[in-house]
Design a protein around this ligand. Structure first.
Ligand SMILES: CC(C)(COP(=O)(O)OP(=O)(O)OC[C@H]1O[C@@H](n2cnc3c(N)ncnc32)[C@H](O)[C@@H]1OP(=O)(O)O)[C@@H](O)C(=O)NCCC(=O)NCCS
Length: 373
């Protein structure tokens, strides 16, 4: 008999999960409880809370959550509920005992009973990815991040790598900070224009969920698999208590583009980098103006964007702005993983709206959909 039992989340488990998540989400149980409430209790796509917990002698020692999303594909669009597996944490004294596999088996048995579809993993770390591949998940491909570093960050990295090679310098460079200063959008907020004037880009702290959704609707779809970006989604997505967002908008009476910047406030993650969560525009010039404003106003020590499924002209704008070409990691991470359940799993090919989910060219993947965005 296994030393562990798997059960499904009930509200009385919240405090223990908030404690357990001090190893992943943040060191602050109050923030962790807020993240749980936001991601699972206020999830707009599921009434159920599919968080699976492993217990040992009645005590919760591990969790993995499956939050809901509404994804679309094809022309005309077909929408599907898609689960996203995330938030894996195992208490230190219970690691290396097969708990991950145990939880995942129980979770898939439960999902199987509820219907069919696919589960995604958008932000898996090394162990999660290896464990998942061992259980039959498949990689759709790497996210291919690219980073624009400030001169100060580049200099720091140079000195660090030089110091690591030279014995006399090794001691000295140990005192250099690993990363840049925590980013708080201070420069962006003081420099950025906050009113639309003459069609120029402007900055806001709040999402214009409705206007952003209308822009997405106007731009249409190329039929690739992507999350539904309607007003409901935007309003929920940007309420993530782990992050702070800024919104660069183009257009006045009617939005013609937007670029969303995210910074993380949790002490368990990198707080010095800023992430391009989502980025849209009616044309290349608008997208270029938005990125230019973000770089000039923000003066960020590190600005990161995903490039894997971005359009060629979007990658070109990034390169022109000084981002380096994204490099494929030999370890294959970070990547997006997929696993079907129910009849989708038994079908010969795993598809959504008739499109193979294993073909990276069928996806329009944005950081926004993952916990990095
Ligand atoms: C990440 C974390 C959950 C891993 O816990 P763990 O107990 O070491 O994980 P497991 O030993 O169960 O490993 C998971 C699976 O990965 C696979 N795996 C792990 N390392 C592997 C390796 N080097 N090669 C091949 N497979 C490997 C195994 O299949 C294993 O399953 P099994 O034990 O049933 O054989 C744990 O370290 C943790 O909670 N860390 C803090 C939070 C965190 O970082 N979460 C991950 C967020 S992405």
């Amino acid at each position: 008999m296994s030393a562990y039992e798997v059960l499904k989340y009930r509200p009385e488990h919240k405090a223990r999960i908030a404690e357990l998540q001090c190893d992943l989400w943040s060191s602050d149980p109050a923030l962790n409880a807020a993240i749980l409430e936001w991601r699972y209790e206020r999830n707009p796509y599921l009434d159920d809370i599919p968080i699976y917990l492993a217990t040992s002698h009645g005590r919760i020692v591990a969790m993995r959550g499956f939050y809901g999303g509404r994804w679309e594909a094809g022309i005309p669009r077909q929408e599907n509920l898609v689960y996203c597996a995330d938030d894996l944490v195992i208490a230190p004294e219970h690691r290396n005992r097969g708990v991950f596999t145990l939880i995942m088996k129980a979770a898939f048995d439960d999902l199987q009973a509820s219907g069919d579809g696919i589960v995604l993993t958008l932000s898996g770390g090394m162990t999660t990815v290896l464990g998942s591949l061992a259980m039959g998940w498949k990689s759709i491909g790497q996210t291919l991040p690219t980073r624009l570093l400030s001169n100060r960050t580049r200099l720091l990295q140079l000195i660090r790598s030089y110091g690591a090679e030279v014995p006399v310098a090794r001691q000295a460079v140990r005192w250099l900070p690993d990363r840049g200063r925590p980013e708080r959008f201070t420069r962006l907020d003081s420099v950025g224009a906050t009113r639309p004037s003459g069609g120029r880009v402007w900055l806001a702290r709040e999402p214009q969920a409705q206007a952003m959704a209308e822009l997405i609707e106007r731009l249409g779809t190329d039929g690739r698999i992507r999350h539904v970006r309607d007003a409901k989604y935007f309003a929920w997505r940007f309420a993530n208590p782990m992050n702070e967002y800024r919104f660069l908008y183009a257009g006045a009476d009617r939005l013609t583009g937007y670029l969303v910047l995210r910074r993380c406030i949790s002490d368990r993650f990198d707080t010095s980098a800023v992430y391009v969560s989502d980025w849209e525009g009616e044309n290349v010039a608008i997208k270029r103006d938005l990125l230019r404003a973000a770089i000039d106003w923000g003066g960020f020590s590190e600005l990161m964007a995903w490039t894997a499924t971005a359009a060629r002209e979007t990658v070109q704008i990034l390169l022109e702005a000084g981002f380096p070409e994204a490099v494929r990691s030999p370890r294959g991470i970070p990547c997006i993983l997929v696993k079907p359940y129910g009849t989708t799993a038994s079908a010969g090919t795993w598809t959504m709206a008739g499109k193979s989910v294993l073909d990276p060219s069928n996806w329009d993947l944005r950081m926004l959909y993952s916990m990095q965005g």
